[in-house]
Design a protein around this ligand. Sequence first.
Ligand code: NDP
Length: 453
Amino acid sequence: MNTTKDAIFERVMDRDPDQREFHQAVREVFETVRPVLDRNPAYRREAILERIVEPERVIVFRVPWADDQGQVQVNRGFRVEMNSALGPYKGGLRFHPSVNLDIMKFLAFEQVFKNALTTLAMGGGKGGADFNPKGRSDREVMRFCQAFMAELYRHIGPNTDIPAGDIGVGAREIGYLFGMYKKLANEFTGVLTGKSLAWGGSLIRPEATGYGAVYFAAEMLATRNDSIEGKTCLVSGSGNVAQYTAEKILDLNGRVVTLSDSSGYIYDEEGIDRDKLAFVKELKNIRRVRISEYAERYSQAVYREAEPDRLSNPLWDHPADCAFPCATENEINGSDAAHLIHNGVFLVCEGANMPSTPEAVDLFLDKALLYAPGKAANAGGVAVSGLEMAQNSMRLNWPREEVDHRLKLIMKSIHQTCLAAAAEYNTPGNYVAGANIAGFVKVVNAMLDQGLV
Ligand code: NDP
């Protein structure tokens, strides 16, 4: 058997030729861990690459439910339990029409390394369904969540697999999912994170991914004796991660000028201040409507509708210092990256998972931007999920300041870990290499310790 990295990657592609996002995630890791394999012959001997790309378990299931008209709807549910070398599977659930096995595997694969970087004992997994909550009533969302959990509950548990939220799964969905789990399992336990504060949630969990990404950006800036203060920032998305990224940028006296949703984006040259951000939260979390309403309320803001066939996204074509992509995968392509750099952006910090295409990443690295990949920069969410699990086990709640302090320390530690690994393997300042190498080494050493399982 040919055990070179390239031959193994060929096999990954041959096995599942349609899983392009998964291939993209695997390729990036393989490209950066070559020097680690060269230094550790045991990794090749023990077929570590072949093992790490293969999920430990994939669960695919039917989710039948009835809509408000009594019409039967059938969705497809997934849980990819990727790797449990460091702890029980941990990773979010995504409800979005684009969900398929490819997207689930890419997210689960990324999650393994991200969780390793947090220093907490968590393996990696991801799940979800091709259900679109948009336009559905609360009752329909509840019935869907109950039908989804009717199958998922037998595969998860507080010491087995602990899901959380992701795109389309927020506090409302976590509530319905938890309620159904509790009923079926007949136990009240910390089986999901992102729970409401009143029944087992952690303070700062809703804020954690966005806040953490900005803490990471602040650490990167500090390496150049700089800070967020006074920086103009482009933020994409307007969901959980985008909202709290914007909030923390404002806390640190930066300026946010864009937000978006899948219908389009707004550009507010005067800056999105706290009052305007509160309005966005109302639009998105309570009224669940489109970001275009922002431009109706604030007339100086410009709204531009999304044009899926465009070669580049105009959101990334405004003068700025920093960019925080917080919507979805592959939202910055090579041409967007060129626009960012041309407009003066020197820091890109990913709140979303894999929002930059390989061409964009190459450009960021080539031009020596401060560039943080999602698996490092957005790890704050899962880190505080880990803290929620710890609080659930102890049956107590830490105050807001304590959780925020721990989050800050974790993001600082991830930043240092990435820099140290990058320097050790002769790619100083390369956070992509640093994050992949540090996460990889931790996971594969645990796999070797635990034998062929
Ligand atoms: P939300 O559902 O709260 O928000 C997602 C936002 O992105 C919405 O504004 C949504 O617009 C937009 N969006 C989604 N899909 C697309 C698309 N195909 N094209 C354009 N815009 C799109 O999700 P989160 O904020 O939780 O997640 C955002 C990103 O952050 C994802 O990549 C997720 O995996 C990642 N992430 C999330 C974590 C968390 O704790 N929530 C943790 C780590 C990473 P619309 O409303 O129109 O769909």
